[in-house]
Each structure stands twice: as C-alpha cells, then as structure tokens.
Design a protein around this ligand. Structure first.
Ligand SMILES: [Zn+2]
Length: 122
C-alpha cells in the first residue's frame, strides 16, 4: 500500500516538473522573441533618427543638429539616438537638408513617434 502511494506521488512529481519545464520553455522563448523585436525596433529607431532636435525661441520653432561633441573629442554624438559620427561636414549637410525640407522632417518625426509609442507599449 505504501509502495503504491510512493509510485503515485513519484508520477505526480514527474508530471508537475514536466509542466514547469514546458512553462519555463514557453516563457523563455516568448521573452527571447520580445527582446529580438525590441532590439530590431530600437535599431529602426536609430536608422530613422534625423539627428535633429527642435528648438524653440521667441515662440518660433527652429531646428538644430542633435550632434554634440564633448570638448577635446573628435567624434560627434547624436543626443537623440546615440549615433556617433566623425564627419562634421556630413552633419552640417544633413542639418541643412532637414532645414530645407521641413515637411520631410515632420513626416520622419511622426514615424519615429509612432515607433516609440509601439516600443513603450511592449
Ligand atoms: Zn540620431
């Protein structure tokens, strides 16, 4: 009698452990998938970044390159996405492009905001 009881509880433990293992595997895969998605979307965010910040003064909105360079450093880093550039002329050209195409910039910022909202939800 005791022996059969032992057999049964042994099975039960095996089944419970099995269920845990399945749950753990599923959870792990889902996490992995979410991480990948997030990473990809973050990368998209960096690709979409116009490296421009909107500045407001005297009630007027203007744009300014979001790149900053710490004193003594030769590299420039975007304050928005963290992208690093060594080409100051390219940065200036890009800022000029966005200044001349405000409608494009508006669309781009909208796209980034949508993506950022999606990232915030996950
Ligand atoms: Zn940027």
């Amino acid at each position: 009698m005791l022996e059969t009881l032992w057999d049964w509880s042994g099975w039960l433990v095996a089944i419970i452990l099995g269920l845990f293992a399945i749950r753990a595997t599923v959870r792990f895969d889902v996490n992995e998938w979410f991480r990948d998605r997030r990473r990809l979307q973050k990368e998209n965010l960096a690709i979409l970044c116009p490296h421009i910040s909107i500045v407001r003064s005297d009630g007027k909105a203007g744009i300014q390159s979001a790149y900053i360079s710490p004193p003594g450093a030769f590299a420039w880093q975007c304050q928005m996405c963290g992208h690093i550039s060594h080409d100051q002329r390219a940065i200036e050209q890009e800022a000029r492009y966005w200044a001349e195409n405000p409608e494009e910039l508006r669309k781009r910022i909208k796209k980034i905001e949508d993506l950022a909202k999606k990232l915030g939800r996950m």
